[in-house]
Structures are given as structure tokens and as C-alpha cells.
Design a protein around this ligand. Structure first.
Ligand code: 1CP
Length: 385
């Protein structure tokens, strides 16, 4: 049945079209000529409000999804995760599929985000790390000297078979709802690897960046290669869009970003350009970096809640859609307050070429799931054209 390709969970690689340039290509299987409508699962998602907004085309309503919608606040998530460690969950296609689908079923969001973590590709190439509950990623042997780079070999699709398998299952289940793949950007991955875990000030990371620029550049270049490979696996398996999270890069001044980080992020974004799937780029506290991060090559710039979208578009410039940017803490307020703050976001987005509604950062763990469902409904109703 063409409407639900792979509804039985057939691996996407058997027939999933990838998009190249502006045209869909079935990688290695068949080449579709210019102006031909895409076929298979991507044809189902191609006309979705989410992908249209990313392409800056007219939409039936403003699409909505939430960073960290999978997991976190959902009781059904906590239930299926019981007794299974975070990294182990990411390696079980059945669990990944279920957790990715949960917010789509419950909230009616316009896109799914693949349940995984930014450190999964590092674990897959043998870096000794774990995700500690309530803490985050912790690395056994932090990378601070040249010999430590040996921990970072290339990633191949064979390192992450569970990702390809889960995406194959998911695209079958999702039908017309696009799946967003993602990866951590080189700076944010480097910050975990150099610090050894979550960090507020990123002091060891900055010490390396300023003190040994050559080693720093080599580290970021290694991470760019790994990240590119990880995004390609997800796109070739069937992801309809990708998001590159540079969550902690807002810790840098623009001149340092341009010199020490932008080349590696640009390399990652360029490496997947030929697939033609929208590339979203996001970081927290990146108001001062929005222009440069856009220049790094994104199609859609994610904006955190500290900069309004009408100001963000001035900083990013024309030719890109914006994603954002309700403060996730607003969801702890009254329904009236949530609606008023949402109206502000929508008003600031009125003049944009393309807008994907999202939070200004991830869903906070104790958020009431019903507040998220109401928010999706509210944005859809308010923006229905
Ligand atoms: O719903 C989704 O967004 C999909 C799942 C997802 C994503 C996109 C998870 C599951 N992690 C991520 C990306 C991620 N991981 C980022 C970038 C996005 C962001 O800025 O929020 C970052 C920085 C991480 C690193 C990480 N992993 C942290 C943050 C630690 C810190 O430095 O403050 C944490 C707490 C994790 C663990 C994690 N990842 C995901 C979940 C659901 C959890 C918590 C699981 C648990 O503890 O059991």
C-alpha cells in the first residue's frame, strides 16, 4: 500500500528515496529525473506543513514540534524506559520507535524527532562514555592532548545498525508525518569530550581552543566527519529533515565562533546539502551568533526565547525559515498566559518567509503533557489559513 510504505516495519533501505539537490533520488537504486514528484515515504511527507514551512512555501497552518518532545515529560515514556538505561534504549529499535511515536500520538505534533542522543555516535565508535540519570553524558577519558584524538575513529553505517533499523520502522509507522534526524554539532560534542561531562563554564574546552588552536581544529574536524556520517545514515534511512544541535556554542563570542567553530559546523552542513532535506541549526543563548550560524549553511535557523523572531530575522537575513521560540518555562503558567505568550511569538513571526513553531529550548522534564497538547491545538487553530 503506497500510503504506508513499510507499514510492516520493512527496512527503509529497500526502497526509501533520498532527495538530492532539489530532486529526490533513490540512492543507488534509481535516479529520478528533474521535476519528477518524489515517490515512496518522502512523497507522503513532502507536502506536510512542516517541510513546506522549512522550504518557505505557503502552509495550511503553522507546523509545531517540540525539542525534547520524545521522553522527558511523558508518563508513557517513563513506563517503557523502566529498567533500561538511556544508551541501551537508544540501541533498541523497538523502544526507539515507540518513544519517537509517543508525542506524535499524544500531541498531534507536525514532526517526529528521532529518539537518540548526541553522544550515541561517539559511543558507537568506542568512546568510553555513559549517560548518567539526572546528569547527562559523562566521558571516562576526557580529550585534552593530541594522543587522545585516537579515541575518535570514523563512523560507518555498520556502527549504528540500530539507527537504520529504527528509522526504517518509523518511516513506515509515521506515514505523512516527517521524521527529523539530528546530531550534536562539533563544538557541543567537543565540550562533553574535553570537559568529561556537562559544564557550565566550558573552561577546559576554551583552554584548549585558545591554548592549542591546531589540536582544537583537528578535534573539531574529526567530530565534523563523525557527525556528517551520522546525519547521512539517518537521511539515507529515511529522515525527512535534520537538526544540528550546537546547544552550548552560545558560550562563545562571535569572533571566536567564526574563527574556531564555524568551519567545522559549515563542513557538516555542507556534507548533507546534496540530499536536499532541510537542515535546521540551533543553539541556546545564540542571539549574538544567529547571523554567523545561518551563514554556516542552515536552511532553517532555530532561535531560543531570548531574541524575538522579528529581531532574529533581521540578524539572520532573508532566504531562511526560522524555528522557535516560546520559553519552555511559560508552560508552567496559566493557560491564558501560555496563549498570550504564544500570540506574541506568532505576531513576531507574521512577516517571516517560513515559520516552524517550537519552544526556545527543550521541554522541561516536569512540564504537564496536557499543556503541550493544548499548545499544539492552539497554534494550529490560530494559524489555520
Ligand atoms: O525528544 C527529543 O528531542 C529526542 C531525544 C533527544 C535529543 C534530541 C535526547 C534524549 N537528547 C537529545 C539531544 C541532546 N542531548 C542535546 C541537544 C539538545 C538540547 O540542547 O537539549 C544535548 C545537549 C544532549 C546531552 C544530554 N543528554 C543531556 C544534557 C546534559 C547537560 O549538559 O546539561 C542530558 C540530560 C542527556 C540525557 C538525555 N537525552 C535524551 C533524554 C530523554 C535524556 C534524559 C534521559 C535519562 O536521564 O534517562
Amino acid at each position: 500500500m503506497p500510503g504506508r510504505l513499510g507499514g510492516t516495519g520493512a527496512p527503509a533501505a529497500q526502497g526509501h528515496p533520498c532527495r538530492a539537490g532539489h530532486f529526490f533520488i533513490r540512492a543507488k537504486i534509481c535516479r529520478v529525473s528533474a521535476n519528477t514528484r518524489p515517490t515512496g515515504q518522502l512523497s507522503q511527507t513532502y507536502d506536510s506543513a512542516f517541510l513546506k514551512a522549512c522550504r518557505r512555501e505557503p502552509v495550511p497552518h503553522t507546523p509545531v514540534w517540540f525539542m525534547r518532545q520524545a521522553g522527558r515529560s511523558l508518563p508513557e515514556y517513563r513506563k517503557v524506559r523502566e529498567g533500561t538505561a538511556m544508551l541501551e534504549s537508544c540501541m533498541r529499535p523497538d523502544l526507539v520507535t515507540e518513544i519517537t511515536l509517543q508525542p506524535v500520538r499524544r500531541h498531534g505534533v507536525d514532526a517526529a524527532i528521532f529518539f537518540s542522543d548526541i553522544v550515541v555516535p561517539l559511543k558507537a565508535i568506542g568512546v568510553d562514555l555513559d549517560i548518567k540519570p539526572g546528569v547527562g553524558p559523562v566521558v571516562a577519558r576526557p580529550i585534552r592532548r593530541r594522543e587522545d584524538l585516537a579515541q575518535l575513529r570514523d563512523l560507518t553505517p555498520e556502527d549504528v545498525p540500530y539507527v537504520t533499523e529504527a528509522i526504517g520502522m518509523l518511516t513506515g509507522e509515521l506515514g505523512g508525518t516527517p521524521l527529523i534526524g539530528f546530531a550534536g554539532a562539533p563544538f557541543t560534542l567537543a565540550s562533553y569530550l574535553v570537559e568529561g561531562g556537562p559544564s557550565k563554564n566550558h573552561e577546559h574546552t576554551k583552554a584548549l581552543m585558545y591554548g592549542d588552536p591546531e589540536l582544537w581544529a583537528d578535534l573539531l574536524d574529526r567530530l565534523a566527519e563523525i557527525t556528517s556520517a551520522f546525519l547521512k545514515v539517518q537521511i539515507e534511512a529515511g529522515a525527512s529533515a535534520v537538526q544540528l544541535f550546537d546547544s552550548w556554542v552560545g558560550a562563545l563570542a562571535p569572533a571566536d565562533y567564526r574563527r574556531s567553530v564555524m568551519p567545522a559546523s559549515a563542513k557538516v552542513l555542507a556534507s548533507v546539502a546534496s540530499y536536499g532535506v532541510p537542515r535546521i541549526h540551533f543553539g541556546v543563548g545564540t542571539g549574538e551568533l544567529l547571523g554567523l550560524m545561518g551563514e554556516a549553511g542552515a536552511d532553517v535557523m532555530g532561535v531560543d526565547y531570548r531574541v524575538s523572531l522579528d529581531e532574529a530575522v533581521r540578524r539572520v537575513g532573508p532566504g531562511k525559515a526560522l524555528q522557535g521560540n516560546l520559553d519552555p518555562a511559560v508552560l508552567f503558567s496559566t493557560t491564558e498566559a501560555v496563549e498570550a505568550k504564544t500570540d506574541e511569538v506568532l505576531a513576531a513571526a507574521a512577516g517571516l518567509e517560513g515559520h516552524v513553531f517550537n519552544l526556545g529550548h527543550g521541554v522541561l522534564p516536569t512540564t504537564d503533557p496536557d499543556a503541550l497538547t493544548r499548545l499544539v491545538e492552539y497554534v494550529h487553530t490560530k494559524t489555520r489559513r
